[in-house]
Design a binder for this molecule. Structure first.
Ligand code: GLC
Length: 629
């Protein structure tokens, strides 16, 4: 396609998209700001969108077009496998990361989420989540131009880069905050600032605390301007005030500029807190959803090849709403972390009882067809147990005593525990919060290695592989967290590093440059995971639009997931127990007939009947008369 023809096609498409998404934009803006303000903001956003489109590279415009058309389901395909890492802890800097491309490709990775890339405040920065400049990168990694070049190289290698878009707050060192501190009223309106404790005290009666142990309260006194500032997270993270439309427009400007650097997925950080309204809990508010609808419509106009991903750490019933719901279904994020499924898998592993998890996951609203969950066993944050509870007391909600048990179990405090980990945000007298630890340490590898117990090591390897295998079969992108692919253990020296007092650094170790040696259990995990990923990528039944159901096997330790694509059926059986388990043979023959094949490559060599499962085994069963395609 010649450049001129290309430009015309791109411009025509841009016009078409503007016409198509304008309605979504105005509905959402009207909800947020009413008229006439909503209309004015819409005009501002449309002109910003035009500017952003005009400065978008031809390569990225071509990608947009392809994704609008033939690759519309690019993030739903079974080939899509995610990985997340801190670039500095994995590879030193951007250059080091580029050298890791072959490694990531060998693992089958097609989507890479880089943490802590944009310029954070100096010193403690909540692991990079206190941004001082959205359009610059951390000095130790390289420049923003280097990042742009990296996105292009990753794209060539078939890997889409994802960055966090920390849009709920900025660092107090961000230029807007500095000007607010200096007394500029226009910038004080970018944040929530109060002259005294009256309103903060009223709000506090309704608000939760995210970091009750390390950053109690939701407001911080700022001496320089003699004001109380809303700070949901750490005192140096100032919440942005989206009641002020200038904030929305300025943040969209940052978002578009980053998209034009080649970022293909944005993780919308801490999404549930974005809108505040007095008299409410200020979480998951309808206006927060409207805000995301604005982001989505605006991004669809500028760069439809870019996907938005919600990070909603909330009670399970809220999270599917971040795809959009009711009349806005499919109009928010294309991707969302299944924060509840993550915690639920750890519940299954500790209790050997999948019942509550299955009840929970089956009770939630289904995701819209053109979206994908992100399934993962671990990430850079803690396992948040509150995601498994419902403030409305739904019957799937896990009871306090079970969650308290899990909290203690994963800190290695219960008699039956195999785990090594730590409690997160433990406050005297309070119940469960979160748990920290790497996948392998939580799954028992650390204790087993320490005890030089070969049998326990084998079991811990199996547990780790089960926690990798289940996300591979669900209706989302499986995401591997840095080091978990090779059984990296907890880093107990974390607090010795400057600014690493927060307990989540326990599972953010520096990754060794060398891969684990052949005798290392980590090597076994890596090789096995690689082969499961390879197989999943070749099975169209794992497309995330394919339906998913849980069925009751009559055995509490076995999770059974059914995927149905046309007349094909895949039955995944996952044994969460340390003992051999089985389901009724009829259950399998009724679904799959008498001749059954196990598609999980880890199982090809073993001779058990399909209804029998070894400890922590995960079977991917299909009728053997048909190809698993
Ligand atoms: C998200 C991040 C977490 C951070 C918080 C505040 O939840 O994942 O690491 O502390 O947002 O930005």
């Amino acid at each position: 396609m010649s450049t001129t023809i290309g430009q015309t096609a791109y411009a025509d498409r841009f016009q078409a998209r503007s016409a198509r998404f304008r309605e979504d934009l105005s509905v959402a803006l009207n909800m947020l700001y009413g008229e006439p303000v909503g209309g004015r903001v819409e005009a501002d956003i449309l002109s910003l969108a035009r500017e952003a489109f005009d400065s978008r590279s031809e390569e990225l415009k071509a990608l947009d077009l392809a994704r609008e058309d033939e690759l519309a389901d690019w993030f739903q395909r079974p080939e899509m496998i995610g990985y997340m890492c801190y670039p500095d802890r994995m590879a030193g800097n951007f250059e080091g990361l580029r050298e890791r491309i072959p490694y990531l490709r060998s693992l089958g990775i097609t989507y890479l989420h880089l943490l802590s890339v944009l310029k954070a405040r100096p010193g403690d920065s909540d692991g990079g989540f206190a941004i001082a400049d959205y359009l610059a990168t951390n000095d130790n990694l390289g420049t923003i131009d280097d990042l742009e070049a990296l996105t292009a190289d990753f794209r060539k290698a078939g890997i889409s880069l994802c960055l966090d878009f920390v849009f709920n707050h900025t660092a107090k060192e961000h230029e807007w905050a500095r000007r607010a501190k200096a007394g500029e009223k226009a910038y004080q309106d970018y944040y929530f600032m109060y002259p005294d404790r009256d309103l903060p005290d009223q709000y506090e009666t309704m608000l939760d605390q995210v970091f009750p142990a390390t950053a109690p309260g939701n407001f911080t006194y700022e001496e320089a301007c003699d004001k109380w500032v809303w700070t949901t997270f750490y005192p140096y993270q100032w919440d942005l005030n989206y009641h002020n439309p200038a904030v929305l427009v300025a943040m969209l400007d940052n978002l578009f500029k980053l998209a034009n650097r080649g970022v293909e997925v944005f993780r919308l950080d801490a999404a549930i807190y974005a809108w505040k309204e007095s008299g409410t809990h200020c979480r998951n508010l309808p206006q927060t959803h409207a805000l995301l609808q604005v982001f989505r419509a605006a991004m669809s106009i500028v760069a439809p090849g870019v996907a938005l991903k919600a990070e909603a750490v909330a009670g399970a019933r809220h999270i599917a709403k971040y795809f959009g719901f009711q009349e806005s279904e499919g109009k928010e994020c294309q991707l969302a972390y299944h924060t509840a499924a993550m915690a639920a898998l750890w519940d299954c592993l500790a209790t050997e009882d999948v019942g509550p998890t299955v009840k929970l996951l089956s009770s939630l609203p289904k995701k819209p067809p053109q979206t994908s969950w992100i399934y993962y066993a671990r990430c850079h944050d803690d396992i948040g147990w509150a995601t498994l509870q419902d403030s409305k007391g739904a019957d799937w909600s896990l009871p306090d005593d079970r969650l308290n048990h899990l909290w203690r179990f994963y800190a290695g405090e219960t008699e039956d525990s195999f785990a090594r980990g730590e409690k997160f945000q433990a406050v005297a007298g309070e119940a469960f919060a979160g748990s920290n630890g790497t996948l392998a340490s939580l799954a028992g590898l650390e204790a087993a290695v320490e005890n030089e117990d070969e049998a326990a090591i084998e079991i811990a390897v199996r547990r780790s592989l089960l926690m990798h295998a289940v996300p591979l079969v669900l209706d989302g992108i499986p995401l591997v967290y840095m080091g978990d692919e090779s059984g990296l253990l907890n880093d107990y020296d974390y607090a010795a590093e400057a600014n690493h007092h927060d307990g989540r650094w326990l599972h953010r170790p520096v990754m060794p440059a060398e891969h684990p040696g052949k005798s290392d259990p980590g090597h076994r995990i890596l090789v096995a995971l690689r082969s499961m990923i390879g197989r999943r990528k070749a099975m169209p039944i794992f497309h995330t639009s394919v339906s998913l159901d849980f069925i009751d096997t009559g055995n509490a330790a076995i999770m059974a997931v059914v995927r149905r694509r046309n007349d094909q059926l895949l039955l995944c059986l996952a044994n969460f127990s340390g003992q051999p388990q089985s389901v009724a043979p009829d259950l399998i023959s009724e679904m799959l007939g008498d001749s059954v094949r196990d598609e999980n490559p880890l199982n090809t060599a073993q001779g058990h009947a399909p209804h029998q499962l070894q400890p922590y085994q995960c079977r991917w069963l299909v009728a053997s008369r048909e190809e698993a395609s």
